[in-house]
Write a protein that binds this ligand. Structure first.
Ligand SMILES: [Ca+2]
Length: 500
């Protein structure tokens, strides 16, 4: 079995390092002058063609016309809470349009499935073990923020804006160095504006449109981070949406996931029965009626955001900015909707780690848009993507790769495995410290405080991750190998951490 597996070094390289295209230098010995002249003429023609092509490309992406960038982040929207992902119930026409007219990544994952750490990874381009930020941790180290995408874009002359849920703590003065304009919002979901109760998603949308109108000379980079569809955990009703989507899903029936089965849950080890995932399952899904109401509420929150996405696109058209504004859309982590009789995120199974992700770049010719890619992409790829779009050098420290590699054709080489982690400390029974490793066929999961229990799934054949192969002797060598690979990657990520 081990001979079928790539060496750990290869896997680490695929997971973490930026691909480098090494130019191939050909040496040609030419004996006769006539032959050399002929070759020189051909080279001149080729060089002229390259320069001409460069000029043409320059017209599309030249420095005088840097693109505006809007990075839209939703909170807790899982990959299939999106019509374009094949969900026949949820209504997300504007998000679907971004996917159908842009680049859609159907295997997009977050390296850590929790708001704080995922957002820190998005800002810094680094894994959690390296940036060392999640809930309950000290503020993000300045050194990371000085290589964050808003800092570098602002330094490069972009007008940078932030609207919505910031989600990370930074040292005093840092925010001013990141953003020209920052409007942070917070709960409750409804606020009074001009005598009317307005949903926060719409308030965020209004701030975003104000920013766009105020910065239309560009180039600008707006980070729009919605709170939706995150539940308001302190409220019994959990989900809150705008009145105009109130009637949606009334006639729909939300199907029960195949793993929403008490026999399946009962077979789990004890430590996996007492986590926050189970606690919140009681809040949301412990009866058919409650689950119908809660999932519909979650969908209505996403449909509210979808409406705001449509309003932003209309504003871009009205301001004459639509043709030069790239929209990147993704979720900050996935979500259980009753699978395994769980709620929430935090674990390494597909539901918490998989998110919607698309890039709509109107500067691309239509023939190069409307594509779906199956390669595994990550939240840490967004950071270098934004820099690449803005023509800003990507720091060598970054762990991800620019998704502009998918412009034109699929890249010839792309990672074939991803490392995943959740390192929150201090609440060991509710939120587990865990690592995951997912390649194109298998997923390996381990828990720091419970080394006696590991998971190995063939996610290609077993999409629900119900058949744990870790204790099948046929996979014993594979398990040893994956443990070694996880140790190696974890060690590298710790070594990348700057001293505090
Ligand atoms: Ca979240």
């Amino acid at each position: 079995m081990s001979t079928c597996l790539p060496q750990a070094g290869t896997l680490i390289s695929n997971s973490l390092q930026v691909s480098i295209i090494v130019p191939c230098i050909m040496q040609v010995r030419i004996g006769r002058k006539r032959k050399r002249d002929k070759i020189m003429r051909r080279l001149t023609i080729i060089l002229t063609a390259i320069v001409y092509t460069g000029l043409l490309l320059g017209c599309k992406y030249n420095d005088d016309k840097k693109p505006n960038i809007i990075f839209i982040l939703t909170d807790d929207q899982r990959w299939d809470a999106l019509g374009y992902a094949g969900n026949t119930i949820i209504q997300t026409p504007n998000m679907d349009k971004l996917a159908s007219e842009g680049l859609y990544f159907e295997n997009a994952f977050v390296t850590t499935p929790i708001c704080a750490a995922s957002r820190a990874s998005l800002f810094t381009g680094l894994y959690e073990r390296t940036h060392n930020y999640t809930f309950g941790k000290p503020k993000l180290n300045n050194q990371y923020m000085y290589e964050s995408y808003p800092y570098l874009l602002k330094k490069a002359g972009y007008q940078t804006g932030f609207v919505g849920k910031f989600g990370v703590k930074v040292n005093e003065g840092i925010e001013d160095s990141l953003f020209n304009t920052s409007v942070k919002t917070s709960y409750p979901y409804f606020k009074e504006v001009d005598g009317k109760q307005v949903h926060m998603a719409d308030i965020n949308g209004n701030h975003a449109i104000d920013f766009i109108k105020s910065n239309k000379e560009g180039p600008f980079c707006l980070s729009l981070s919605f709170w939706s569809p995150h539940a308001n955990d302190g409220a019994e009703e959990q989900y809150f949406w705008a009145e105009y989507v109130d009637s949606l899903y009334a006639a729909d029936e939300i199907p029960l996931p195949e793993t929403a089965d008490s026999a399946f849950f009962e077979a789990l080890p004890e430590f996996l029965k007492t986590t926050m995932n189970r606690k919140r399952w009681y809040w949301r899904y412990d009866s058919w009626e409650k689950r119908q109401k809660m999932v519909k509420g979650y969908y209505k929150m996403i449909s509210t955001v979808d409406s705001v996405v449509g309003r932003i696109q209309t504003a871009l058209k009205e301001e004459g900015l639509a043709e030069n504004t790239v929209i990147i859309f993704m979720g900050d982590n996935g979500y259980f909707l009753g699978e395994r009789e769980y709620a929430g995120k935090w674990l390494m199974h597909e539901q918490p780690i998989r998110v919607p992700m698309m890039i709509y770049d109107p500067r691309q010719p239509e023939s190069e848009r409307g594509k779906t890619f199956e390669e595994m992409v990550l939240n840490v790829d967004i950071t270098p993507t934004i820099l690449e779009l803005a023509g800003v050098d990507i720091p060598e420290s970054y762990h991800g790769e620019s998704l502009t590699a998918f412009y034109g054709e699929s890249p010839n080489e792309w990672r074939t495995s991803v490392f995943l982690e959740h390192r929150l400390e201090g609440r060991p029974k509710l939120l587990l410290k865990t690592d995951g490793y997912r390649d194109d066929t298998f997923k390996f999961i381990r828990y720091d405080e419970h080394p006696e229990f590991i998971e190995l799934y063939n996610h290609k054949e077993d999409v629900n991750e119900t058949n744990n192969l870790a204790y099948d002797s046929k996979y014993a060598e594979m398990v040893v190998h994956y443990k070694y690979v996880c140790d190696s990657i974890a060690g590298k990520l710790m070594a990348d951490r700057v001293s505090q």
